[in-house]
Design a protein. Structure first.
Length: 87
């Protein structure tokens, strides 16, 4: 963060390249550069959607076919297939 903000000065060529990548002058090549972009993208997503990313999804009851109806349908299908196989 310090390198990208300008708080820290680069010591070597890899840090200078990292700053160029952070300014979007070149594409990321090293794992650190790629990871930094993933981190920034994640921060953007968190700012946009907030804590909703960490909420567990809640399934609403489907009125067309719920679990009990699916179980009954499956057992009926297997029973019909079993009876047809016996013939």
């Amino acid at each position: 963060m310090g390198l990208t903000n300008g708080d820290l000065l680069p010591f070597n060529d890899s840090q200078k390249h990292f700053i160029k990548v952070a300014k979007k002058e070149t594409k990321p090549e090293t794992d650190y550069e790629k990871l930094w972009f993933k981190y920034l993208r994640r921060k953007e997503i968190e700012q946009k959607y907030g804590n909703s990313l960490y909420d567990k999804p809640v399934l609403e009851e489907d009125t067309f076919l719920n679990r009990d109806m699916a179980k009954n349908l499956r057992s009926t299908m297997f029973k019909v297939m079993k009876d047809a196989h016996k013939k």
